[in-house]
Design a protein around this ligand. Structure first.
Ligand code: PLP
Length: 407
């Protein structure tokens, strides 16, 4: 399958998805950003600085680790974990934050804004801003600030201003709207580092390119380890950046299954999950046309996931396109299975995964055996789970209480 199939057209469309659905005032800045990014991508000095900083500051390349005991438990494929949890700050988010910070500097912008849900993107962005001496403002829903107090403390320690967002559900969607409002007002001095492969063009393409370092490394590493390509790639899908970063460099290789795992939450009833492909349909949200969770009047539905990083009503437009082409597949995993997946990886491999990544592990435990006997499979371990221990403890306590009342 040609790689070209997955480049957006000049207006930023992947087939019918993507585009630039933004207020008039943002069209020119987004076009400037697109031009600046395309120039940077061609510039050897930019690429060299990015890859040296990824090596020395972020800790790349991350290992591709053969998970022997997990493979035994799943009972079929030979499972390799791509260890994005070992990146500086504990998740893949920094690959993108760093790339965009270097781009902002090239564009002469010294003020950075970003949204954050779970706080991982906020921490990664605050980290690169500290590294380059840039002003940093992070928009975060009030509810998320309570749920992720540790990451709020980290961002403030790194010198960022964390602004509580009190509109609506007070979570990620409102934080993105608030960051866009700031950007409209301050666009001359400010760059907006969007945290996933979402939003208006050029973000889905640009974030994907910065995250594709994951797949490029994995492609070399699996050949060295196995002398053959993988049979399948598996990754969790929030906005879709870690998944597209793993998938994209393999798109040209025939016969590799690519499976994205969405948050099934409490089950597939409206408002109780974030599985856009299982319960959504096509619409426009926050700059892009894609699969969304919405009611019959087009109002965005509430979402739920035990994992804050998966809890969003829209999915990156390139995923929607690749799914239409039959190149990628999507499944949903519920909260309960994700927590069990986290426990399993802890006990079998000594690795505490982020709850987001635990969805991919859980999918393997449920369905991985069918991928084939002794074939190599790569799972993206998008982040480490330290940030989630309180959430998991609270979830288990609530389950224990429920068990008691029903007994
Ligand atoms: C943010 C996050 C995700 C979800 O975002 P994607 O853009 O879908 O990758 C997944 N895993 C971790 C650890 C995260 O921090």
């Amino acid at each position: 399958m040609p790689g070209k199939l997955s480049q957006p057209d000049r207006r930023g469309f992947f087939g019918p998805y993507g585009g630039m659905f933004v207020p008039e005032t943002l069209m020119a800045p987004l076009q400037d950003l697109d031009r600046a990014y395309r120039a940077a991508r061609r510039d050897a000095a930019f690429r060299r600085e990015l890859s040296q900083t990824l090596r020395d500051f972020v800790g790349r390349p991350t290992p591709l680790y053969f998970a022997e005991r997990l493979s035994g438990e799943v009972g079929g494929p030979r499972i390799y974990l791509k260890r994005e949890d070992l990146c500086h700050t504990g998740a893949h988010k920094i690959n993108n934050s760093l790339g965009q910070a270097l781009l902002a500097r090239r564009m002469g912008k010294r003020r950075i804004i970003a949204e954050t849900g779970a706080g991982q993107h906020g921490v990664a962005t605050a980290t690169v801003c500290a590294r380059y001496g840039m002003d940093c403002v992070i928009y975060m829903g009030e509810v998320d600030m309570e749920r992720q107090a540790l990451n709020v403390f980290r961002m403030r320690s790194l010198g960022a201003e964390v602004v509580p967002v009190t509109a609506g559900e007070r979570t990620l969607k409102e934080a993105i709207s608030e960051a866009m409002r700031d950007w409209v007002t301050n666009v001359r001095t400010t760059h907006y580092i969007l945290g996933s492969a979402l939003g208006s063009h050029p973000y889905p393409m640009m974030v994907r390119d910065f995250q594709s370092v994951i797949g490029h490394e994995a492609r070399t590493q699996i050949r060295r380890a196995e002398g053959r390509p993988p049979a399948a790639l598996v990754a969790c899908v929030g906005g879709g950046s870690n998944a597209i970063g793993l998938f994209h460099p393999f798109l040209k290789d025939p016969g590799i299954r690519m499976i994205g795992v969405e948050a099934g939450g409490l089950g597939l009833r409206p408002g109780r999950h974030a599985a856009r492909f299982a319960g959504g349909r096509v619409g426009v949200l926050q700059g892009t046309r894609t699969w969304l969770l919405q009611d019959r009047f087009g109002q965005i539905l509430n979402t739920h996931s035990v994992s804050a990083g998966m809890d969003y009503a829209a999915v990156g437009p390139e995923h929607a396109w690749l799914r239409d082409l039959g190149r990628t597949e999507y499944a949903a995993v519920r909260d309960e299975a994700a927590v069990a997946g986290s426990d399993a990886l802890c006990r079998l491999e000594g690795i505490l995964p982020a709850l987001e990544s635990a969805h991919a592990i859980a999918w393997l435990l449920e369905a991985g055996a069918a991928l084939g006997r002794d074939v190599p499979v790569i799972v993206n371990l998008s982040g480490r789970g330290d940030k989630d221990v309180q959430q998991v403890a609270a979830w288990k306590e609530a389950r224990r209480q429920r068990g008691r009342t029903s007994a």
